[in-house]
Ligand binder design. Structure first.
Ligand code: 13P
Length: 286
């Protein structure tokens, strides 16, 4: 029977074969079900991610682990659950203890040396349990739940700093800032592909693209062809889910059965999950 996996092998395989593993931010049982079921239909490895406001404040880490265990046992594909943008070291250690196999320690707001110190502490703990660690160097703009970075505070990743950061922290994957932002864009996003190529040449670990919602497919595909191995999607799942539920209530104002109004939301997410998997090229890679 399959269990929840660490993202280490998944990302290594993606890097070797030139595709990316999609990481979908989920919020509840319905999103988790749709992501796991659709990934299984597409025979894609998949990362089920949650931010602190989902895992700690809304759903409960133990619920998420239990649901992901069910999904991992039910479907014959590699499934991982990932702590996304966690900043609290004690909290990450606690969630590793209860079954998370992959985490992002986000100390990107801190100064370089402090970022290294915090990431290193998590890496030392996580690796004892075969848990994979992602960290961010540079700063993405935009909003991801409670995490807000203004445009003026956003900062691209410096390729030379990336070499030192990876070497000194021992981190397994690196989230880089090359022009994407969390949430929706005001105009068409401009990605700094030269920077991506430079970073790819300088560091060996799999590279992660945050803020992939609302980015034209061709740009995401190009980023993958140049070395991105994990693509994070949150907003592009939330919008169709909410729109479908709103539409249902507009058409059925007296509705009160969650099974009825959640179902169109689930169906709407299914299409987008399937599409993102195709964009990542992870279909048939399970
Ligand atoms: P989007 O909300 O822009 O898809 O960003 C997702 C993300 O990067 C999660 O870490």
């Amino acid at each position: 029977m399959r269990r929840i996996l660490s993202t280490r092998e998944m990302l290594k395989k993606a890097k070797l074969n030139g595709y990316a593993v999609p990481a979908f931010n989920i919020h509840n049982m319905e999103t988790l079900q749709v992501v796991a079921e659709t990934a299984a239909e597409s025979k894609s490895p998949v990362i089920i991610a949650g931010t602190p406001s989902t895992i700690t404040d809304y759903a409960g880490a133990d619920y998420i682990v239990a649901m992901a265990e069910v999904a991992a046992a039910r479907y014959d594909i590699p499934i991982s659950i990932h702590l996304d943008h966690f900043e609290n070291v004690a909290e990450i250690k606690n969630y590793i203890d209860i079954g998370f196999k992959s985490c992002m320690i986000d100390a990107s707001k801190k100064a370089f040396e402090e970022n290294i110190r915090i990431v290193k502490e998590i890496v030392e703990y996580a690796h004892k349990y075969d848990v994979t660690v992602e960290a961010e160097l540079g700063k993405l703009g935009g909003r991801e739940d409670d995490l807000v970075v203004s445009e003026k505070d956003a900062m691209y990743t410096n390729p030379d700093d990336a070499i030192e950061f990876v070497a000194r922290t021992g981190v397994d994957s690196l989230a880089i800032a090359i022009g994407t932002a969390h949430g929706l864009y005001k105009g068409e996003p401009k990605l700094d592909f030269d920077r991506l190529v430079e970073i790819r040449k300088k560091v060996e670990v799999p590279l992660v693209l945050h803020g992939a919602s609302d980015v034209p497919d061709e740009l995401v595909k190009k980023a993958i062809s140049l070395g991105i191995c994990k693509v994070n999607v949150a907003t592009d799942l939330k919008i169709p889910f909410s729109n479908a539920v709103k539409k249902y209530f507009n058409e059925n104002p007296a509705a009160n059965d969650p099974r009825k109004y959640m179902t169109p939301g689930k169906e709407a997410m299914k299409d987008i999950v399937r599409h993102k998997i195709m964009v990542c090229g992870s279909n048939d890679q399970a």
